[in-house]
Design a protein around this ligand. Sequence first.
Ligand SMILES: [Zn+2]
Ligand SMILES: [Zn+2]
Length: 246
Amino acid sequence: MALEWLRENYDWQAALAFVGLLAITSIVGNWLTFKIPVLAEMRETNRAVDKTKLARESFRNAIKINNKSGLYTNLAFYATILPFCVGFDSRPIWRHVVDVFAVLLVFDFMYYLTHRFLFHGTLLRKVHSLHHQARKPTYVDALYVHPLETFIGLSLFLGSIPLVAVVTGGPLHVVSMVVATLLFTHLNSLNHVYTNLPAPFGWVNTITGVHAAHHVDMSHGNYATLTMFYDKLFGTYEEPIIRETA
Ligand SMILES: [Zn+2]
Ligand SMILES: [Zn+2]
């Protein structure tokens, strides 16, 4: 039964299309985002501070190892599990929306628990403390993460794709999973960016300020990474910190 399900749903072309679409939308999205002058300016502010952090060889090496961990985890998943989880079967828009939300909310719940009880518990606190060296995070700190932590965090996200596919009875659409992956990746980066943006980007300051409050030291809440839903639900939400300067 399970084998039949797997055989029926295997679609390597869909997995390949997923990777291609993800690459194209990332490149175009990035290019478009920084056409907006205030966002380009913010990027320069972050780059200036990032440069001082990157001057340390140990910092650069940690990022290199972490990036490798992320790349290999992604590639292994894309080559082995993803072909069973994505397809092109058409479905109404609301199903796309539900699937994106389901994957992100399932991930965020698992990440909340992992972050709160493993990374801030006794078991993996030491591993996580590398990332918490950033007390005032800027863009590059999103990458200053122990490779084991990246492997675990990424696996929770990637694992939520087959989980939702199985629960909903079949492969998820390539396009909705690209959207979910873009949101996951870029919200995790954005969380660490220093922003002090004018209207109409004030909501971005709230997003970055919430995670900045988590980074003050290792005793603060805001454990989830995509929404503040679980922190509010479980009473660990803390107000965002808005910094005047990077
Ligand atoms: Zn933490
Ligand atoms: Zn962080």
